[in-house]
Design a protein around this ligand. Structure first.
Ligand code: LRH
Ligand code: MN
Length: 432
């Protein structure tokens, strides 16, 4: 099998040759279609090209469940190799210039070297993620019964210190945010005092908040359940918003799409957090049942579109304090993680493009007239329009590939990694 570097501009340009004519024809045809709706396709393409989403470092390795993990060939063995894979995704899509690290999974004894390695690959760093949901070898105090909300002040102090360590590492790397997700909670009624647990959470996060550099943000990530199966301290957007408003102006709410009960209206939560000026960002993924961490747009693409519809409304309204950080948070158990992450980044761009082409003036008229059917149809017309030519054009404008998955596969990158990254693959359970 021949090998080409999928990050190489000449390789990408030659890969695009085969698709250039059909892409140009499809783009022109869609342009005419949208022009009839007074939508300027080039303007949409520029907005889509400016859209960016961060890659979760833990997403480029094969994920698993508690029942098992089935590693694929050529897995990245350390954070440096993870960044090399992230660079492939960025080069072929042009949509993922930053990486979100997870500590201690990406702990390094030389963050300056890591920053330089990333810069050499054309990558930067988005929010840092702390981890007080697992015990590390040699860790003095266990997080079995919680971390930032543990009844023992010494455990809380240990967890606070870990979060401050993440901030320090992120400051060297050029990150500007810390995402705090804690699994703290209870499995049985009576196990914990629901009010006091929340107060301990506020006390601990307030200490972390004080350690934030002036230009940093803290993202509080709510989750309905797992690993706690009866009550989770930051269980929903309400608890998250109360915490953010208590902590201060640098604290925001992060919405992980998989952290809600089935059928919860997530776009409504997004609209409320925008109103509260506390929408910090997203962990995009998809799910059918629980926190399945499946590829974004793979199960509920209409729901994803409706979330982006709220984001476009906020952009059009120039919503104050609105600067959401977009990140993927997925677990790739049965696909090549690079392919899934490319496809997922593109599905986010698709939802954004679909929301951008909605005929807003017409929609406002129908809404004002309570013409329910035409309001619903006008919004949905954005979703039912195939915007693929816009997405490909946006990639080309960033030096990316018209068909990223084909370009990646034809490069033989994964096979090459299987040779260059020998070594033991741990078959244990768990998400990473
Ligand atoms: C928790 C979560 C959180 C991460 C973890 C990898 O379910 O969404 O964002 O720390 O996944
Ligand atoms: Mn998440």
């Amino acid at each position: 099998m021949s090998y080409a570097d999928p990050r190489d501009a000449n390789y990408i340009a030659s890969a695009n040759k085969a698709h250039a004519a059909t892409q140009a024809a499809d783009y022109a045809a869609l342009g005419l279609q949208l022009a009839r709706r007074q939508v300027d396709i080039d303007q949409i393409t520029r907005r889509v090209a400016a859209f960016k989403v961060a890659i979760p470092s833990w997403g480029v390795g094969t994920g698993g469940t508690r029942f098992g993990r089935f590693p694929g060939p050529g897995e990245p063995r350390n954070v440096f190799e993870k960044l090399e894979d992230c660079a492939v995704i960025q080069r072929l899509t042009g949509a993922t210039p930053t990486v979100s690290l997870h500590i201690p999974w990406d702990k390094s004894d030389d963050y300056i070297a890591l920053r330089e390695h990333a810069a050499g690959l054309g990558l930067g760093f988005d929010a840092m993620n702390s981890n007080t949901f697992q015990d590390q070898p040699g860790q003095p105090l266990s997080y079995k019964y919680g971390s930032l909300t543990h009844t023992d002040a010494a455990v809380r102090a240990q967890a606070v210190a870990h979060n401050i360590e993440c901030i320090k590492a992120g400051a060297i790397l050029g990150s500007r945010a810390l995402t705090v997700w804690i699994g703290d909670g209870a499995n049985f009624p009576g196990q914990s005092h629901l009010g006091k647990a929340f107060e301990r959470c506020l006390e601990s996060t307030a200490t972390i908040y004080k350690a934030l550099p002036a230009d940093w943000r803290m993202f509080i990530e709510h989750k309905m359940y797992e690993p706690a199966f009866y009550a989770t301290v930051i269980q929903d957007w309400g608890s998250s918003l109360m915490a953010a408003q208590t902590l201060g102006p640098k604290a925001f709410c992060l919405v992980d799409l998989g952290h809600h009960a089935p059928n919860v209206n997530i776009e409504m939560i997004v609209a409320r957090l925008i109103h509260a000026q506390r929408l910090g960002g997203f962990h995009f993924n998809d799910s059918k049942y629980g926190d399945d961490d499946l590829d974004a747009g793979s199960i509920e693409p209409f729901r994803l579109f409706l979330v982006f519809n709220e984001l476009v409304e906020a952009e059009l309204a120039k919503a104050p304090n609105y600067n959401p950080a977009h990140m993927l948070d997925q677990s790739h158990n049965v696909t090549d993680p690079i392919e899934s992450l490319m496809a997922s980044a593109i599905e986010l761009q698709r939802a954004y493009a679909q929301a951008l082409i909605v005929e807003r003036a017409k929609l406002a008229e129908y809404r004002a007239a309570n013409d329910v059917l035409m309001s619903a149809q006008t919004l949905k017309r954005g979703f039912t329009t195939d915007v693929s030519p816009i997405l490909a054009q946006a990639r080309v404008s960033k030096g990316g590939a018209i068909d990223p998955v084909a370009a990646y596969r034809d490069s033989g990158y994964r096979a090459r990694c299987a040779q260059s990254r020998p070594g033991k693959q741990n078959l244990g359970g768990g998400i990473v």
